[in-house]
Design a protein around this ligand. Structure first.
Ligand code: COI
Length: 354
């Protein structure tokens, strides 16, 4: 499929102070777009000036939330190359989400080409300061008009680009997490593993209540026994217990994080023992009481590797590693970002040059 390009006639002024970018606040000049009609398939790939979408008020996405998205980053290396991190994994995961949400899949190779094309078009928007990136948000929404509850017949896929700084306003400073015991995010057979907007909408109430108590995020427990730790919503969670890396297994309730899978690869290569399995909150509390919970951190595209300094469950608060970033977390952060910014050799071939 050819990608037709229409250039913006009035390019925006790029943010002068990269230290004030924030996350997902500013958007570049162009976006990629693709339309789908039942019987015709995907068509009309194009790069157009960034701007509002026109949707029918009866569009199914607005009523029944048939929507999926992805997140990945473009990095500027020291020698000014623009690099994408594992875009094929995002394209594959988008298709997994699409299958769950009854939406059409997109050819993985074509989607990677689209990601490269919009990144290339917006390469001047990729910031250069340490810790900054251009965050890409591929999004698919149901289009058309109709209030019957069934899968739509038309879809729009678009990719927008946002020059961004760290997801958490305090960067690599350890965050405080509230273990949520009232609300649930996912249940077996639900949409927990799909990257769909509804999962995030459903998390807002708990996140808002936790924020009022001074926590950055909530850690979700399984929806049935409220005993097993799942994910944080914006990141997967990892724990270093007795020198072993523990993380929740992919059993349908949590997102299959691309940073998660990359950290597991790095851990195995570093000779760290890895266990992907069910982890109960009781096990973590007991590990802490026995002095065996060494570190905790989250992993995600936006969050990268984020140390967790405190976990509160009911009336019990655990201070992890005295509220400081631990040596293993730091090593993962340095190694992963070293590869992503082209400072360390990319022996896994994760980076795609644009
Ligand atoms: C990401 O890490 O890319 C995410 O999508 C998480 C969050 C910003 C919604």
């Amino acid at each position: 499929m050819n990608i037709k390009t229409t250039k913006a006639t009035a390019p925006k002024v790029k943010p002068a102070d990269e230290s004030k970018l924030g996350f997902g606040q500013k958007f570049s000049d162009h976006m990629f777009m693709l339309d789908y009609d039942e019987g015709q398939g995907w068509h009309d790939a194009r790069i157009v000036p960034y701007g509002p979408l026109s949707l029918d008020p009866a569009s199914p996405v607005l009523h029944y939330a048939q929507e999926i998205f992805e997140g990945l980053k473009a990095y500027r290396s020291q020698n000014n190359d623009i690099l994408l991190f594992r875009p094929d994994e995002n394209a594959k995961r988008l298709n997994n989400s699409a299958a769950r949400m009854c939406m059409p899949e997109i050819d993985v190779a074509f989607n990677v080409e689209a990601l490269r094309a919009i990144t290339n078009m917006e390469r001047d928007w990729v910031p250069a300061s340490e810790g900054t990136t251009m965050y890409l948000r591929p999004t698919m929404i149901a289009d058309g008009a109709g209030l019957g509850v069934h899968a739509a017949h038309k879809y729009i896929y678009y990719i927008i680009c946002s020059p961004s700084g760290a997801y958490y306003k305090n960067g690599l400073a350890p965050i405080r997490i509230y273990v949520e015991d009232k609300y649930v995010r996912a249940v077996n057979g639900g949409t927990g593993y799909a990257k769909t907007g509804g999962n995030y909408a459903a998390s807002l109430k708990a996140a808002g209540e936790a924020e009022k108590k001074g926590y950055e995020q909530v850690l979700w427990l399984d929806g049935v026994s409220r005993e097993y730790v799942e994910e944080v919503g914006s990141m997967n969670m990892m724990y270093i217990v007795n020198d072993t890396l523990l993380t929740a297994a992919l059993e349908g309730n949590i997102l299959s994080g691309i940073t998660r899978m990359s950290i597991l690869t790095l851990a195995k290569d570093m000779g760290i023992k890895v266990e992907e399995r069910k982890i109960s909150i009781t096990e973590l509390l007991e590990a802490d009481a026995g002095g065996k919970l060494q570190e905790a951190f989250g992993t995600g595209t936006a969050a990268v590797v984020s140390p967790v300094g405190e976990l509160t469950y009911k009336d019990k608060t655990i201070k992890v590693n005295n509220g400081q970033i631990g040596p293993i977390t730091q090593k993962f952060y340095d190694t992963l970002t070293g590869i992503q910014y082209g400072k360390l050799p990319d022996k896994y071939n994760w980076m795609v040059k644009v």
